[in-house]
Design a protein around this ligand. Sequence first.
Ligand code: PEP
Ligand code: MG
Length: 834
Amino acid sequence: MVGIVLVSHSRSIAEGAAELARQMGGEDVRIETAGGLDSPDQVIGTDAALVVQAIERAWSEDGVLVLMDLGSAVLSAEMALDLLPDGQRDRVLLTAAPFVEGAVAAAVSARIGSTLEQVAAEAQGGLSAKAVHLGAVAPPAEMPPGTGDDAGGSATAEFVVRTAHGLHARPAALLVRTASSFDADVNVTNLDTGRGPVSARSLNAVATLGVTKGQRVEASASGPQAREAIDALRELADRNFDERDEEERPEPTPVVRRGVSAAVAGRTLTGLPASPGVAVGEVRLFRAPSLEVRHATSRGAQEELRALNEALSAARRDIERQRSTAAGRAGAYRAAIFDAHLLLLDDVAIVGAAREGIASGESAAVAWHDAIEAVATTWENIADEYQRARAADVRSVGTQVLARLLGVEVPKPRLEAPGVLVAPDLAPADAAALDRSTALGVATAFGGPTSHAAVLARALGIPAVVGLGADVLDVAEGTNVALDGDAGIVVPDPDAETVGAFEARRRARADTDRAARKRAAEQAITRDGVVIEVAANVGSLDDVAQALDQGADGVGLFRTEFLFLDREDAPTEDEQEAAYRAAAVALDGRPMLVRTLDAGADKPLPYLAEPDEPNPFLGVRGLRLGLMRPDVLDVQLRALVRVAADHPVRVMFPMVATLAELRAARAAIDRAANAVADSGDRVAERLEVGAMIEVPSAALGADRLAPEVDFFSLGTNDLSQYVLAADRGNERVAALADALHPAVLELIRRTAHAAAAGGIWAGVCGELAGDPLATPLLIGLGVRELSMSAPAIPHVKHAVRETDLDAADALAAKALSLSSASEVRELLRTRADS
Ligand code: PEP
Ligand code: MG
């Protein structure tokens, strides 16, 4: 198979284009990149030696096609060619093909086994679809259909393309790959526009048909496998080209439109439930306004550079504050997005470009604005709809710095009058700034239920629906809407019947809220007398205060990563001891369950200097990292052992996958206790030790882990992502990683039963624990402790008081017999309504 090398002066551009090309061509195509210089932090520049290395990695006897972007990339690629040995140089082609479109077309062509010359020709024609689409050129006559070798017969089929964007790049690539995998000549025609026929072996040709959603395509094949090819294409169309559009989610939720009258049901917009509750109010559209910079003129390079540096420092402080607010409300895991924002402030592609602009006479504001726009636009252009979040992050950070430079306030979605905030998506900082008294509800076009907007809306008690699609942005400012955050729907312009039903639900919920808050500080006991410990997830001392305020029985998850983030080196034993001690003192005798450092994966700590990993979520994270780095784990355990001498501290380990790991972790505790005792300090007589159950192997082997520990705490966030093989941070599959999936529930049941059999308790500290709808279900599954973000505590305690064990057992048995998360959610909702 022909290999492909992408040479860009920007490492991110090269890697971004490669990612896109791989999506189209598949992982088998060898696509290598050479971007930036030969040093991790020099991401801009080109280096002929790196190009040679990339060619060698991509090498096969079929040859290598090299695509370049502009400037020095071309020179470096030419120089690299000179450096290659003679036998290799002849099979390496440099092409003037467009970088992104060419890479995509080349990848698809290479994947179907085309020759180097054919791959080069496809790459070269990469712009044709765009040109035809934009009307720059007529549909190509130079892309002839296949020759129609009839030996073996012919076949034809007609199908309708139903993907949201028609035969856009990804489905078109799949069509080409499918058609080319048969010994047949396949041609396709757009029956609605009459374009074609064109060869189905060419991505460019297929793309120039301009097939949009709902259009009919005719595929005709000739040759020995004509019938098989046509059948496969028809099947592909039936499978909707494996696309997951807004309308075709992985697991469609049968939305219950409670309270929506038949008269308005037809205009209901469906998204994903993100924060429970209902709201009725007028639409307040928020699109972050762009700040005007063109009037800013340079006061001299030195002055402008100084202004830029000051604005960067001020923005850094702002973002650090936002991170600590978000961490307090939603946990350190969710707050990690702000670390990415901080990195952008150091990104050489942005800051370097801005400094260059200043040096060439621009004001800091103009130079920064242009640098941000260039990077954001790059992301926007190479990323699909779901990936735009990256551009939004860049712009969000850009706006904060720019506002500092211009001496104006950062535009925030502050609602002048109460209403439902409608936005494309909300930046984390925007969501954190929402005021519950004016933001009655939040509806976003994009983003998933684990997005920061959603997490913060939940923390603030604001009903929210996300991922409604662009249609929600067309609802006019001021239009009345009814929003149901439980069902994930928005009804524009509801009639009186619908408004009445929604208002009644809102009032009932408010009454329950009041009742729940009144009794928040009391113990939560089921109707039949079982005490359920309802504790808080915290990341800092501030969180502990908030937890107590909400009636927490203790801390059920202290995410200690927070102490380790955003530092030059790990906190010392003394620093850690002081932090844990302060929290324990504030808890005043209530239990404090501390999780040892859960770094790695999405929470890397630069100063640990761990190598990059291809699959960080399956790599060295959590306890694995602790065991590989006893220098870090032992310090933390010694600090905890010291505090445990005076306070009820429980210690647990994240990401336990095997018994051997757990035993090694226990040995580390013994080591720490001995060290503290040797130093002459007091050691607790007994320290409760637990395992987090968030890896399927731990849940399945819980009966073997139980004798080794005092408790289990189920991390359902990670457990769901590992059980369903769906990255919890990837909104494209976020709906799949649903902790209510019966497969996850079955593992919770097994874990809780293994705990009971072993005489220990099992709790849940993932997001699921904070959902009052799930409370009876979890109790029925055998869970006896629940830990959550502080605002959920009164509601979960209320739900515990409404539960009796027999009914909970029956509910759990019923849930386990269902086949999807949406069916379970429906069961819980119906029960709550009855
Ligand atoms: C979990 O995985 O459910 C959990 C509580 O841990 P975290 O969200 O911090 O990974
Ligand atoms: Mg976890």
